[in-house]
Design a protein around this ligand. Structure first.
Ligand SMILES: Nc1ncnc2c1ncn2[C@@H]1O[C@H](COP(=O)(O)OP(=O)(O)OP(=O)(O)O)[C@@H](O)[C@H]1O
Ligand SMILES: [Mg+2]
Length: 256
């Protein structure tokens, strides 16, 4: 089971959009996929209609009572399950994890251990900060990727994230592997000098994905339709790019 954290403490860079669309792209390749909404904003969860009223626990309830995974998991598509976040219940999860006397950094890893044979992929949608929830995601993951808008301020933010990931790797999870930076919301028309410089500066230092996620209106519209890009607009640039991302993720895993 690969556990993939999609992280960046900067907001609005495409974390949720990536989990929402990479999930079904992997599921279409016969991979058994579980999406987990770790963000108290619950944006990923709001992209899905409530389909299974038996799912009485949200992510925070499951983390506090990991034996009850079957009360948290909902089926949302072929080969595709989801654990939803509830805005009401998640708002203080970071504090609750911090206040646990033991194991506050590895709660998610422990909870995932019992699902090991059920899934090929777990995709974690993280909140836009480097708090305890994000530390839990990194401690539980085999791999992580960082969606990023190619802008000057992204470089500065990335160094803090990189330092945290190194700390987690050293202290909590020696198997954590960085898949790469995924440039998102790429707009050819506004490709400025600084944009190119950011891509060049980071590509020289860190692994990056060959595929770039272009700005694509259907990607912005699909959450409000509560559907992924492959259902809303299968011929769009966004569908093509996320399909390519699934291919590249699988290739990178084989090479890792
Ligand atoms: N490639 C794209 N083309 C057009 N719109 C996009 C694209 N990627 C994301 N968006 C839109 O940009 C906004 C931010 O994306 P998203 O919610 O995925 O970012 P995020 O990193 O999860 O944000 P947060 O940090 O708040 O959780 C959303 O309205 C989304 O629909
Ligand atoms: Mg998000």
């Amino acid at each position: 089971m690969e556990v993939l954290a999609v992280i960046n403490q900067k907001g609005g860079v495409g974390k949720t959009t990536t989990v929402l669309n990479l999930g079904p792209a992997l599921a279409a390749k016969k991979q058994r996929v579980l999406l987990i909404d770790l963000d108290p904003q619950a944006n990923l969860s709001s992209c899905y209609k409530t389909v299974d009223n038996r799912a009485s626990l949200d992510t925070s309830g499951w983390l506090m009572d990991p034996g009850r995974a079957s009360d948290a998991i909902q089926n949302v598509g072929d080969n595709l399950d989801l654990i939803k976040a509830s805005r009401r219940l998640m708002h203080d999860l970071d504090d609750r994890l911090r206040n646990l006397s033991v194991g506050g950094d590895t709660r998610l890893r422990k909870a995932l251990a019992s699902l090991r044979n059920q899934y090929d992929w777990v995709l974690l949608d993280c909140p836009p900060n480097l708090g305890k929830i994000t530390v839990n995601a990194l401690a539980a993951s085999s791999i992580y990727l960082v969606p990023m808008r190619p802008e000057f301020f992204s470089v500065h933010a990335f160094s803090a994230l990189d330092a945290l990931a190194h700390g987690v790797k050293e202290e909590l999870n020696q198997y954590l592997h960085f898949l790469g930076i995924l440039f998102t919301q790429y707009n050819r028309a506004s490709r400025t000098r600084s944009h190119r410089e950011v891509v060049e500066e980071l590509s020289g230092k860190y692994p990056t994905f060959n595929v770039t996620i272009r700005q694509s209106n259907p990607l912005a519209v699909s959450p409000s339709l509560q559907q992924d890009i492959f259902k809303v607009s299968p011929e769009s640039a966004g569908a093509y790019d996320y399909q390519k991302l699934a291919d590249e993720v699988l290739t990178k895993i084989e090479q890792a």
